[in-house]
Design a protein around this ligand. Structure first.
Ligand code: SAM
Length: 288
């Protein structure tokens, strides 16, 4: 079987099917032979498990996953890649390619239908233009999956994996921590792709938590408070929260004091527990 990391072969197959790369769809295909076997091994799926892949491209990671897992379902938006995948995955009998937009498909239904039993893992080299919304969708939808092992741009990886209380932390880092335990796994240079993107990438793994690390009455309120806290990064928490939640500053200052935080505290200094305390004060004292 020809290797999908052999640039000449990939180019020939793509050319044969009249395929040209779309920047808008984040099409940078992996051609570094070391990356996909490592991703497939580190995603945690065994021969008993299912894998959901988003954006198979020409199928380079899909093939590795097919050799690791029991079954792979790969969702690809670009219809032009369907004949390519038919050719490159012809020898894999445990792969189903689904054409569709992974941001819009009913993934619960897809998982129920395609993986009626056993564990499911997500593994993907995500298109960069939807990295964060895609990850948030996969987490917020509470899909019945064990973990997400995904390749993202380095900067996005650092933000997604930043623990609360650190400088790099933003609203998305707090959300990621709420739903999962994130880890940075390994770096991938820009030269590993065809065509090469402008920046390096990182493979990260988000292992879903059985239960959130903090208890809140309403998750939506917690995330409203988190978003408001980070909406004006350079301001103090009292200013951002007051503006973001439309609550008088004096009231916000009193919550900050009652949460045991210093008056000049900034959002990136807060732990998830601090956000949970503030969310509960907002819910009980300000919400109609
Ligand atoms: N997995 C391949 C690899 O590693 O070489 C391709 C990865 S490429 C970075 C991203 C892939 O996602 C492309 O094949 C692109 O067409 C596909 N894609 C883009 N937007 C998508 C969406 N909304 N839903 C599903 N696939 C999408």
């Amino acid at each position: 079987m020809e290797k999908l990391t052999d640039i000449r072969y990939v180019k020939a197959v793509l050319e044969k099917h009249g395929f040209t790369f779309s920047k808008a769809l984040g099409q940078n295909f992996l051609v570094n032979p070391g990356v996909c076997p490592k991703m497939a091994a580190m995603c945690g799926a065994t021969a008993e498990d299912g894998v959901l892949e988003i954006g198979p491209g020409a199928g380079v990671l899909t093939r590795e996953l097919a050799h690791t897992a029991k079954k792979v379902v790969a969702v690809e938006l670009d219809k032009r890649l369907l004949p390519v995948l038919e050719e490159t995955l012809a020898e894999e009998n445990n792969v189903t390619v689904v054409q569709g937009d992974a941001m819009k498909l009913d993934l619960h239904e897809l998982i129920r239908r395609e993986f009626p039993e056993g564990r499911v893992f997500v593994c993907a080299n995500l298109p960069y233009y939807i990295t964060s919304p895609m990850i948030m969708r996969l987490l917020e939808d509470r899909l019945p999956v064990q973990s997400l092992t995904v390749m993202v741009q380095k900067e996005a990886a650092q933000r997604l994996c930043a623990p609360p209380g650190t400088r790099a932390c933003g609203a998305i880092s707090a959300a990621v921590q709420f739903y999962s335990q994130p880890e940075m796994l390994f770096s991938v240079s820009a030269g590993s792709f065809l065509p090469p993107p402008k920046v390096d990438s990182e493979v990260i793994r988000l292992t879903l938590r059985d239960k959130p690390p903090v208890e809140v009455t309403e998750e939506a309120v917690l995330f409203r408070v988190v978003r408001a806290s980070f909406c004006q990064r350079r301001k103090t928490l009292s200013n951002s929260l007051s503006a973001g939640l439309s609550v008088p500053k004096a009231q916000v200052s009193s919550w900050i004091e009652r949460a045991g935080l210093p008056p000049s505290v900034r959002a990136e200094q807060l732990s998830l527990q601090d956000f949970a305390v503030l969310a509960e004060l907002f819910r009980t004292e300000s919400q109609p």
